[in-house]
Design a protein around this ligand. Structure first.
Ligand code: AMP
Length: 546
């Protein structure tokens, strides 16, 4: 028997209409290239969203087609999120830090009709434009006064002029909740980047799950500053979940790594909650400690995207009375999988007792079914000791990559995350290793395999492997491990120089170590696991933490 409740679709449009009606006077404060402090209300934002929707229709973008963005966190990017998705188009957020071949691939693969970009990314696309035949036009997210004086980008449009004359009413289409809303590519593993196509339904359900008290714990009294870029998994959904609860949003634009700006924004706007990768927290901590400033309004920080080192928890707690909470997830999971808050019996524990719990990645959020399995796909116990591959399923977990011919999950719907972890009796997952061969530096992926391929083209290298090693500032950096050809003795400097111009500069290994032999598995593959153990206490030459 069917229930007899209203079968209304779960859509981003409904979050927008709700936030407009109920929380129209909540504020959004942004730092942009053309305005150091832009301030308006949700009602203002959604009025401009309707103008933008009219403009997108006038440009001739059809429902289901992709519109790309290369932009930092600010109010215009937020307007695009809503206008594109609620018009039935797909908001394709692009990571401008990818290197040209990857950008070219994903823009063409997504068949982006228009690209909206911050002024600072105009040169990035100018270098590529000849290889983007399908893009019909480029909209620079600024006003006429700040448009580039000249550019080789054809059909260059100014965002403010685009929406200026448009009506501020729009007849939003009735969307099926399973229609695509947004697209984000994930890179780092072998092969081309892979697209993850979110639906309205997955986004709305993720919003509910991530706003829960034991997730981000969002409330309308929060002032939320997402420092995670909006091109990383929809800014962890805060641009949707914030409006869902009516929270004030503070968007730091291109100043996300600038401790001074972040501190000023926190204090002037009374930020209560912020979210980002560990590298951002080190920048903020460094500034706060140097300047002697406090951040009294800031209550908690969500750190995710990479394991968070203990000093970040300790320094924020002891010196600034800020609680750091860890979350784990991935692009394929919208992203939230686990969140770390304390169980009731832990609340009275000493800080020393709480620390090992806080260092874990957290407990699954309701909506994410999780298990760990051994090499034979047998489920392992939640005893905090058995370590296995993490598999997940749920309504905001990927089923199939964009345009792929087969599902990304197994027949029972389990998606393998590529992370290896233990889960304890209280449900806390702790990552112990990775099966995917990648390195995450400052929140961005580096492909070990591509670096190894480059290293192997050097005439004096017999075998090379690249592993991620803990780095205080960037969480991980690539270490090149080399067996030199017999009778040859290349220097580390000459091997590292070999990467110049062959990969993005931030991919170049931090150091090179020579070994007599690289460990192999029974099947003859390089045993990254053994290499990682061997270099687990590695101290970077000449730089620690810088
Ligand atoms: P991405 O798809 O770029 O968001 O990357 C997802 C991957 O980042 C996960 O599969 C993990 O390997 C890693 N990751 C994310 N959050 C954490 C965390 N809190 N601790 C350790 N690794 C993490």
């Amino acid at each position: 028997m069917h229930g007899q409740m209203m079968n209304l679709p779960l859509t981003i449009t409904n979050i927008m209409k709700f936030a407009d009606k109920v929380y129209g006077n909540s504020e959004i404060v942004s730092v942009t290239a053309d305005n150091p402090y832009h301030r308006y209300t949700y009602a203002d934002a959604f009025r401009r969203v309707r103008q933008l929707a009219n403009a997108l229709a006038r440009l001739g973008v059809e429902p289901g087609q992709c519109v790309g963005t290369l932009a930092m966190n600010d109010y215009r990017h937020l307007e695009l999120y809503y206008a594109i998705s609620c018009s039935g188009m797909v908001c394709h957020t692009i990571n401008p830090r990818l290197f040209p071949e990857q950008l070219e691939y994903i823009i063409n693969h997504a068949e982006d009709q228009y690209l909206f970009l911050d002024v600072m990314f105009v040169p990035v696309l100018e270098r590529l434009v000849e290889r983007l035949p399908r893009v019909k036009g480029f909209v620079v997210m600024t006003d006429e006064a700040h448009m580039p004086a000249s550019s080789c980008l054809p059909n260059l449009i100014c965002y403010e002029s685009l929406i200026a004359g448009e009506a501020d009413t729009f007849d939003w289409p009735e969307l099926d909740e399973n229609e695509a809303s947004s697209l984000c590519y994930t890179s780092g593993t072998t092969g081309n980047p892979k697209g993850v196509l979110y639906s309205h339904r997955s986004t709305v359900l993720h919003c509910y799950g991530s706003a829960l008290a034991d997730s981000f714990g969002l409330s309308g009294r929060d002032v939320v500053m997402p420092i995670v870029p909006m091109f990383h998994v929809n800014g962890w959904g805060l641009v949707y979940s914030g409006p869902m609860v009516g929270a004030k949003l503070v968007m730091p634009g291109a100043k996300m790594g600038d401790g001074e700006t972040l501190c000023t924004l926190i204090n002037e706007e009374k930020v209560t909650l912020s979210a980002g990768v560990p590298t951002v927290w080190l920048a903020l901590l460094g500034y706060l400690e140097r300047s002697g400033q406090q951040v009294p309004s800031l209550q908690r920080i969500t750190t995710g995207g990479a394991a968070c080192p203990q000093p970040i928890f300790d320094r924020f707690r002891d010196q600034f009375d800020v609680e750091v909470q860890q979350a784990w997830g991935m692009t394929e999971m919208s992203p939230l999988g686990t969140y770390n808050t304390l169980r009731p019996h832990m609340v009275s524990w000493s800080e020393q007792e709480k620390t090992p719990v806080r260092l874990k990645q957290g407990r699954p959020v309701c909506g994410v079914d999780m298990k760990i399995v051994d090499d034979n796909n047998r489920e392992l116990p939640w005893d905090g000791k058995a370590s296995g591959a993490v598999k997940v399923r749920g309504p905001w977990v990927i089923q199939r990559y964009f345009k792929a011919g087969e599902d990304a999950c197994d027949a029972e719907g389990w998606f393998e995350t590529g992370d290896v972890a233990t889960i304890d009796a209280d449900g806390y997952m702790q990552i112990t290793d990775r099966t995917k061969d990648v390195i995450k530096s400052g929140g961005e992926w580096i492909s070990s395999i591509e670096l190894e391929n480059v290293a192997m083209t050097h005439p004096l290298v017999a075998e090379a492997a690249v592993i991620g090693v803990y780095h205080e500032k960037w969480t991980e950096r690539p270490l090149l491990v080399v067996v030199a050809k017999e009778g040859e003795s290349p220097t580390a400097a000459e091997l590292l120089a070999h990467f110049q111009g062959r990969v993005a500069s931030w991919w170049i290994p931090e150091a090179c170590e020579f070994v007599a032999e690289i460990p192999h598995t029974a099947t003859g593959k390089v045993s990254k696991k053994d290499l990682r153990v061997r270099f687990s206490d590695y101290v970077w030459p000449n730089k620690t933490g810088e």
